[in-house]
Design a protein around this ligand. Structure first.
Ligand code: HEM
Length: 353
């Protein structure tokens, strides 16, 4: 077969038909591009053509369900500012406004109720042999200073912290918004600044009394006998009995965790993201409620719960008969060192270790 060149006319026809196809495809694309926003706009509208204000929220919800979080784009260094919605925020708010208040109320009011009932049933634990008139040094001035510094900070931290949790429901109805704002602002300053001496106090307490607070066999016997508080037995104990050891470890571990979580809150986002902040707040606040409840028990025993106990942290001296009843093994150790003395003939205060 002979290979003849195509006539010029037929080549042009082929080229025209190609341009035709291309133009058709372009037109189709244009129509599709215009149709998508139009359809989207239609979805934003009610059937009568008016704007549906919740339509975008429906899209947002679908997006939130798919992604778990909605972020925008920000041009500042703090990228977390781009978080628009994170569902856990709502759960956290529910925790802060409902669950935490229930936990706090049950722990604190429950403990107060328990102490009232216990006091009515048991009354003050008396020095059964009466006072001997001879005393022994229990805590030196440094130990008492550390105790009272930490305790004072604790009480102010507790009241100022409780104001954050309960202030708006309990105090705001009783005063003007301006008064409540001023009080809350000062309470917040107190909470922030007293955290430092409180932390120092927890560290000093840990170091000062660790030697006497390691659990041992005597503690089990003490607990089995109800500590001489529930029953009327007087189980032997060294310088600190099992009940005091429990309080010591609550202060050291609870105080340490309260401080660590508190500093995370005080210096937000330095070491953690938003989820970490929420977790720190939950740990800090629940811990605080349990800590306050435990300290109410401690304050009870140190004041109206037990005759002669307050003197240990007041003057630093306790009656020898008190020591015999509650810390017989410690008294023997101290007497062997010649520490007991008559009133008025007080030797130089030495730590009762
Ligand atoms: C070093 C120790 C502590 C530090 C650094 C600290 C710090 C903080 C910070 C920054 C907040 C958040 C305040 C806000 O939301 O504006 C807070 C809340 C709170 N703190 Fe502390 N705190 C400490 C110890 C304590 C102690 C010992 C207690 C209890 C006796 C306590 C009880 C509370 C309570 C109840 C809240 C409010 C929780 C809430 O409702 O959100 N704090 N603390």
């Amino acid at each position: 077969m002979e290979n003849r060149p195509e006539p010029r006319e037929s080549r042009m026809r082929v080229q025209f038909s190609r341009i035709h196809v291309l133009a058709g495809a372009l037109l189709l694309l244009l129509v599709a591009a215009l149709a998508v926003p139009a359809a989207a706009q239609q979805a934003q509208r009610n059937p009568d053509g008016s704007v549906n204000p919740t339509a975008s929220a429906v899209h947002e919800r679908a997006l939130l369900e798919k992604l778990g979080q909605i972020d925008g784009r920000v041009s500042i260094p703090a990228q977390r500012a781009g978080v628009l919605e994170q569902p856990f925020g709502r759960e956290w708010r529910e925790f802060h406004e409902v669950t935490l208040r229930i936990i706090g109320a049950v722990a604190i009011l429950g403990m107060l109720a328990l102490l009232v009932v216990f006091y009515l049933w048991r009354g003050m634990v008396r020095i059964e042999a009466g006072r001997s008139g001879r005393t022994i040094v229990r805590f030196n001035a440094f130990e008492r200073g550390v105790h009272w510094m930490t305790a004072t900070c604790f009480i102010i931290l507790a009241l100022s912290g409780l104001n954050i949790t309960f202030g708006r429901v309990l105090l705001l109805p009783l005063m003007s918004p301006e008064t409540f704002t001023a009080w809350s602002q000062w309470a917040k300053y107190a909470h922030n600044f007293l955290s430092f001496p409180f932390s120092l106090g927890v560290v000093l307490i840990f170091l000062m009394w660790i030697a006497g607070n390691i659990p041992n066999r005597v503690d089990f016997q003490w607990l089995k006998a109800g500590g001489g508080i529930v029953g009327h037995e007087h189980p032997p104990a060294y310088r600190f009995n099992a009940g005091q050891k429990v309080i010591y470890w609550i202060v050291v571990v609870g105080g340490g965790l309260a401080a660590a979580s508190g500093y995370l809150l005080m210096f937000p986002f330095y070491v953690t993201d938003i989820a970490g902040m929420q977790a720190a707040q939950m740990v800090h606040s629940v811990l605080a409620m349990l800590f306050i409840a435990a300290m109410l028990g401690h304050i009870y025993i140190g004041t109206i719960g037990m005759e002669g106990a307050f003197e240990a942290m007041g003057t630093g001296d306790v009656d020898v008969n008190w020591a015999k009843q509650h810390h017989s093994l410690w008294l023997k150790e101290e007497q062997a060192r010649g520490q007991a003395h008559e009133p008025g003939s007080r030797p130089a205060a030495t730590p009762a270790e």
